[in-house]
Design a protein around this ligand. Sequence first.
Ligand code: FPP
Length: 225
Amino acid sequence: MNKVKHIAIIMDGNGRWAEIQGKKRVKGHEAGAEVVKAITTYCSNNSEIERLTLYAFSTENWKRPRLEVEFLMKLLDKYLKNELPSYLENNVKFEPIGDTRAFSKSLQKTIKMVEEKTAHCDGLVQSLALNYGSQDEILRAVNSLKKSSQEITSEMLSNALDCKSDVDILIRTGGDTRLSNFLLWQAAYAELFFIDKLWPDFTPKDLKNIVKQFTHIERRFGGLK
Ligand code: FPP
């Protein structure tokens, strides 16, 4: 049976969830943040799961209307400040990935603060992908390595990425079947699950079902059985 160490999720469908209910799109993001909390707590109580990486804001999300972007920034700041006690209570280490230099100084400060205050936690690692894009991550890694005259190995590149762990399960909610520039290197051999449910409707029980399916998949990593 496969063991799941690293789960990564593209949390899609917040806007549609809100629109279906006649609410503003941002209400969907608020509901989505509640699901982030529930899924993180669920994973922190499952000792097999070591890492949960969630796509919260992509390098392409800046193209959204200014008010939606501003709302997402405020929501993130509020989420991190409000949830700090539960990170600590659940022994969850917060490790952002992505280029957060594009964020406001005050949001960068909040991100750093939660990162530092949870640095000693040795349970689940929760990574929020913030101003993250896989191509940007790979480019930054390659640029950081190019000073060396040595030929770049796969291990060197892997260690220079923001996220250094291979993904076991990659989930996308919301019905689309795209990877949208998320963990392209790390998900080389991930099992992919595309779920029709919209992110605010996704539950720990849905995740439990996916993990159960995953345990029975034959993973060959390019080899033979
Ligand atoms: C995609 O839904 C979701 C996002 C671009 C942002 C993800 C944000 C959250 C889950 C909430 C905030 C997270 C934290 C950690 C506070 P969409 O807006 O593209 O939905 P749509 O496809 O239905 O329009």
